[in-house]
Write a protein that binds this ligand. Structure first.
Ligand code: NAP
Length: 258
């Protein structure tokens, strides 16, 4: 729990901010004072629900729709963001960009189709790349970019190989941009969740799989979206001004044992 208003006066955009980990990040940033753009692609009701929750908690948020993984997605997103922000009595531009929206492909190499491969890269890697490219003139100096990666990039998990490749590419984007954006005081970091209780992974409904994923953490449980949101909020804050280009584990120590 926090009563700190460390994001007061900041504007944030959380892609995929409507559900799962993104919803927790949106709520956390808003609770700490940020005006939050809750982005979504398809599920308008979920986005509206998250905005309402934030309102009820005394925060400020608005929904922004843009399907990612399609031609022109970044331009669509920023157009919708700019228009919605203009209606919020806020300065144009933003301070915190969280690239969180993502999908998974739970298939081994033998079963990944070219369509699967193109889609997961389009949503998880290409979209953040061009969202950042087109967002750089909106992002204020001293700003924050947080890319949501995965603990999977640090272990061999053949069952999600194409997904993990998308996150590894994102990790390099983090490193390269941290270098380029340092002179502007903008930090760029990856935050890497482990097995987290959201809808991205329907197999979590199977008790045996839940148990296996819980056992992967040294704490013996699944991550909750709030576990990740707390880390993202720190990385997005002024307290983390000296941390950039880093891959920050938020997996409950998943797979660190022998
Ligand atoms: P989730 O519960 O499935 O939520 C995904 C979010 O992304 C939703 O807001 C969804 O909005 C949005 N989204 C998905 N595809 C989209 C598209 N094509 N266009 C626009 N928006 C889209 O997922 P999550 O588990 O919270 O995952 C969030 C991030 O954490 C992802 O990058 C994921 O790879 C990463 N991660 C998750 C875990 C885990 O165990 N959960 C572990 C490691 C990393 P709509 O439904 O409206 O499209």
């Amino acid at each position: 729990m926090t009563t700190d208003m460390r994001h007061e006066g900041k504007t944030a955009l959380v892609t995929g901010g409507s559900r799962g980990i993104g919803r927790a990040i949106s709520r956390r940033l808003a609770r700490e004072g940020a005006l939050v753009a809750v982005h979504y692609g398809h599920d308008e009701a979920a986005a509206e629900r998250t905005v309402k929750e934030i309102d009820a908690e005394g925060g400020r948020a608005f929904a922004v729709r843009a399907e990612l993984g399609v031609d022109g997605d970044a331009a669509t997103l920023w157009g919708a963001f700019d228009r919605a922000l203009a209606g919020q009595d806020a300065e144009p531009g933003l301070d915190i960009l969280v690239n969180n929206a993502g999908i998974t492909v739970p298939r081994t190499i033998a079963n990944v189709t070219e369509q699967d491969y193109d889609r997961v890269f389009a949503i998880n890697t290409k979209a953040p790349f061009f969202i950042i490219q087109r967002g750089l003139d909106r992002l204020r100096d001293g700003g924050r970019i947080v890319n949501i990666s995965s603990v999977a990039t640090r272990v061999g998990l053949p069952a999600i190989v194409s997904y993990t490749m998308t996150k590894s590419a994102l990790d390099h984007l983090t490193l390269a941009l941290a270098t380029e954006l340092g002179p502007r005081g903008i930090t760029v970091n990856s935050v890497a969740p482990g097995y987290t209780e959201t809808e991205i992974n329907p197999t979590l409904r199977i008790q045996e799989i839940r148990q296996r994923y819980s056992d992967a953490s040294v704490f013996g449980r699944l991550g909750q979206p709030a576990d990740i949101a707390d880390v993202v909020s720190f990385v997005a804050s002024d307290e983390a001004r000296w941390v950039t280009g880093q891959w920050i584990d938020a997996s409950g120590g998943a797979h660190i044992g022998a």
